[in-house]
Design a protein around this ligand. Structure first.
Ligand code: DGY
Length: 321
């Protein structure tokens, strides 16, 4: 049988690209340019599979425009909100993602954001670099201490559970909201909240770790931010569209939350520029999974799914609408 042809939309670490070329004919984006949806559809001509990622928008119109040869979309990402899975299913195209691969790296960034936002790291570092540091001061640049406080996790999946494990090292009490309460083996003593609202009420630190779905989009809004305790820190490593930007920017100006650490944004990379004026916002450009080992693992996990599919097996990470 001829080797399947795969469109790989972005450049992945060498080890993963080499593995892909051992098994498949590859159509590559050598310059690692952001490609438009129209360019992706055009490049997919003659391909059997796509290996896209979070920067590729495959909405219903794009899925409909894909050539009939495409049988599987193996996104190298845990999130698959950039793919209209229902439209793919309707065309008989399988969709897979890459859970597990980026759990620890993303949870590490959540902790970085929590500490960086709580201690005003971004403003302080900027001040130092700009030569504005005049003296150690007993009352200058005072931040928020998180040890022993309540960590509230919105979305207690793999990444949420890893954030919880790391937060326990700070003596934090773990609270969470999820569609369902976890078994005790996974909850490890974390306190379940049936509604997001009661979770917000105890969120000294709120870590957003849920997927972007119709239910969670815009969930972090003005009414819920108003429920946060004094000195709350909000952290988002999930998806920008879970947060209402205008509400969060107004909240940060009013001190509720007192600080925010954000790694993800609505309309990346064209994020809301209102965040730039806020000294209490610690901002990163979607770095959650950005380590060599994790990016390699993500691409390899996508290849595992493609390998299973082309062997006629059920891929391990099949997702459904
Ligand atoms: C994902 O895989 O969904 C992440 O956002 C990439 O960092």
């Amino acid at each position: 049988m001829a080797r399947p042809t795969i469109l790989i939309t972005r450049k992945w670490p060498e080890q993963a690209q080499a593995r892909a070329s051992d098994t498949y004919e590859l159509r590559l984006n050598e310059d690692d340019r952001l490609i438009t949806t129209a360019e992706l559809v055009e490049a997919a001509r003659g391909c059997d599979a796509l290996l896209p990622t979070v920067t590729d928008r495959l909405d219903a119109a794009a899925i409909d425009a894909l050539p009939a040869s495409v049988k599987i979309i193996a996104t190298a990402s845990v999130g698959y909100d950039h793919i209209d899975v229902a439209a793919a299913q309707a065309r008989g195209i399988a969709v897979t993602n890459t859970p597990d691969a980026l759990t620890e790296a993303t949870a590490e960034i959540a902790i970085l954001l929590m500490l960086g936002a709580a201690r005003g790291a971004s403003s302080a570092e900027r001040m130092l670099r700009e030569g504005e540091w005049k003296s150690w001061s007993p009352t200058g640049m005072l931040g928020i201490e998180v040890s022993g406080k309540r960590m509230a996790i919105l979305g207690m999946g793999r990444i949420g559970q890893s954030v919880a494990r790391k937060a326990r090292a700070f003596g934090m009490e773990i609270h969470y909201h999820n569609r369902h309460a976890l078994d005790e083996s996974e909850a490890e003593g974390a306190i379940y909240h049936e509604t997001p609202d009661t979770l917000f009420g105890v969120a000294d630190v709120l870590s957003i770790n849920c997927a972007s779905t119709p239910e969670t989009r815009g969930l972090v809004n003005a009414a819920r931010l108003a429920l946060l305790p004094d000195d709350a820190v909000l952290v988002n490593t999930a998806r920008g569209d879970i947060v209402d930007d205008d509400a969060l920017i107004a909240g940060l100006k009013a001190g509720r939350p007192a600080a925010a650490g954000l790694d993800v944004f609505n309309n990346e990379p064209a994020f809301h520029k209102g965040y730039l004026d806020l000294p209490n916002a610690f901002l990163l450009p979607h770095l959650g999974s950005a380590t060599l080992s994790t990016r390699t693992a993500m691409a390899e996990r996508a290849l595992d799914n493609l390998d299973a599919f082309f062997k006629g097996e059920r891929p391990g990470d099949l997702v459904t609408a």
